[in-house]
Design a protein. Structure first.
Length: 188
């Protein structure tokens, strides 16, 4: 019977992972699989495909753990980038493209119930372009919150940014977007 390895902190875990310790890999999976599953699911939105992608992510992590450099960022950030890249690569694949084309008609047809829906859709066109005009730090916070679905607390935890900083950057970005959007709306 193997004795359970104790992990005092993330650096212990990383050290053992780099040594090829399977218990450490199990611990890594236990700690981060739910978070990575959520990230993959936000991008791919197909339970079965996400399960396969999660497995592929952990294989990639196992094979590339020696490339992780703690001085460049937290382990969670490195893992999130691997998962995000895996999901984006998948959505660009020929398989995914064909799968999207072969959807039943009911999944592709959306009805608009009121003029309000049309107006709202019309007002949000161009929003992504306005977000791109934001300063990098604020833009990234907005993308994580509104395009990737993170809460402010998740951003603080996953990307090692103080919660107050996340909140102030989000507030600043939203105010800037209001100004951009108001100015753009007045031009039409």
């Amino acid at each position: 019977m193997k004795s359970k390895v104790q992990f005092r902190d993330e650096s212990d875990l990383v050290k053992l992972l780099k040594q090829g310790n399977e218990q450490a890999f199990g611990e890594l999976y236990d700690r981060y699989s739910a978070m990575l599953f959520g990230i993959l699911h936000r991008i791919v939105n197909d339970q079965r495909e996400v399960e396969h992608l999660l497995q592929d992510c952990f294989v990639k992590i196992w094979q590339n753990i020696n490339q992780y450099d703690p001085s460049k960022g937290r382990l969670a950030t490195w893992l999130i980038n691997i998962a995000r890249n895996q999901a984006i690569d998948f959505t660009r694949s020929k398989y995914f493209s064909q799968k999207q084309k072969n959807q039943p008609l009911e999944n592709l047809v959306h009805t608009i119930g009121s003029n309000h829906a049309v107006q709202t859709m019309d007002e949000t066109i161009g929003l992504a372009q306005l977000v791109k005009k934001l300063p990098e730090s604020s833009r990234q916070i907005i993308e994580w919150m509104y395009f990737d679905g993170y809460t402010q607390q998740e951003i603080a935890d996953n990307f090692n940014i103080p919660l107050g900083t996340v909140k102030s950057r989000a507030r600043l970005a939203l105010n800037t977007l209001r100004t951009f959007f108001s100015h753009q709306h007045n031009l039409t």
